[in-house]
Design a binder for this molecule. Structure first.
Ligand code: ADP
Length: 335
């Protein structure tokens, strides 16, 4: 059975603190969709993805619950969306194995994220290589048509769409092709300006950093290298700080940034101060909501979320198993 209301699915790894790149690229959009309530929304903390690289088990457990509390504080109201942990719904890993039969190795080897994360590593796990197959399973299990993600995940989504085509050709029309939905700011660079901001790269500002910590990290952040001195005109379109202004500052303020930067009327510090103030204003209610969350409360939320997700996942798996001729249960349809 296919869902009637458009279904949206997205995931986030509990591999470190929720950072402003995650927020501007993904979770802020998720919260807006939760507020609008136009679609059925499923959000998943993808812990099975976080174990594809070296990790600490105790730390992972803590990060999983912390991230869930962060997400609720961002606006993922559990009354209005489904929020759960991936490995609480075992159908994700089951479907990943079946989808692996429809995913060519050559495609996996071409994934940019795999190349980035495996480069220079002595040990590269098979799980890191097959990560995109599990991501396809995450989405297809719920027959989600829309996947709000940052730019880094677009390539994985294209692979998921190809898997749908190959799987459906072999086994019948089971899955639907998911489309990415990008925010206005789909790629936030790290504070060092070297590649994307990422939990695994130590180049982030945590969303829930206290204001002074937030500012101390933002202050020395990389800007347009052409602006060596205040009198040198800058190029906002190339500057990570301006990218963030696009998300949190008003249209008038963005015009002011462009005018002051290209006209060398202010220094990067002035520009960063404006950004900081706007971020800070937006984060006041989120910080307050974060303080209300408790580990006991969130465990209950995640348990209920997993029950809702599992009910959908099990329905899909019944269809998949029958179509693939897997197990001793239902016969292959039409067979
Ligand atoms: P990370 O690389 O920080 O571990 P995840 O893989 O958990 O991030 O991604 C969670 C969501 O945040 C995804 O939708 C991803 O595309 C988005 N995202 C991650 N980093 C960025 C970034 N630097 N800019 C914009 N979006 C991002």
């Amino acid at each position: 059975m296919s869902p009637t209301k458009p279904r949206v699915f997205s995931g986030i790894q509990p591999s470190g603190e929720l950072h402003i790149g995650n927020y501007l690229g993904a979770t802020r959009t998720w919260a807006q969709q939760v507020a609008e309530q136009k679609e059925e929304l499923i959000f998943c903390i993808v812990d099975a993805h976080a174990i594809t690289v070296e990790y600490d088990a105790k730390e992972l457990k803590k990060r999983t619950l912390d991230l869930a509390m962060d997400l609720v504080a961002c606006g993922l109201d559990p009354e209005k969306c489904t929020l759960f942990v991936q490995s609480d719904v075992r159908e994700h890993t089951e479907l990943a194995w079946y989808l692996a039969t429809a995913t060519p190795m050559g495609d996996l080897g071409r994934m940019t994220q795999f190349k980035d994360k495996s480069e220079g590593k002595e040990f590269v796990s098979t799980a890191l290589f097959t990560y995109p197959v599990l991501m396809s399973a995450d989405i297809l299990l719920y027959k989600a048509t829309v996947v709000p993600v940052g730019e880094d995940q677009v390539q994985h989504l294209e692979l998921a769409r190809e898997t749908v085509r190959r799987f459906n050709y072999r086994h019948g029309e089971i899955f639907v092709e998911p489309q990415p939905r990008l925010s206005k700011t789909p790629r936030i660079l790290g504070l060092d300006g070297q590649g994307k901001m990422s939990k695994s790269k130590n180049n982030t500002i945590a969303l829930f950093d206290e204001p002074d910590v937030f500012w101390n990290k933002l202050r020395p952040a990389f800007t347009d290298p052409q602006r060596a001195r205040k009198v040198d005109p800058g190029r906002p379109e190339l500057c990570n700080i301006f990218t963030m202004h696009k998300a949190v500052s008003s249209e008038d303020q963005q015009k002011e940034v462009v005018d002051s930067c290209t006209g060398a009327k202010w220094g990067c510090m002035d520009c960063k101060k404006m950004l900081f103030e706007n971020f800070n204003r937006e984060l006041v209610p989120l910080r307050a909501k974060r303080k209300e969350q408790t580990p006991e409360g969130i465990v209950k939320v995640l348990g209920e979320g997993a029950d809702k997700a599992r009910a959908i996942a099990q329905g899909t798996m019944r269809e998949v198993r029958a179509a693939m001729g897997i197990g001793s249960g239902a016969p292959v349809p039409g067979g």
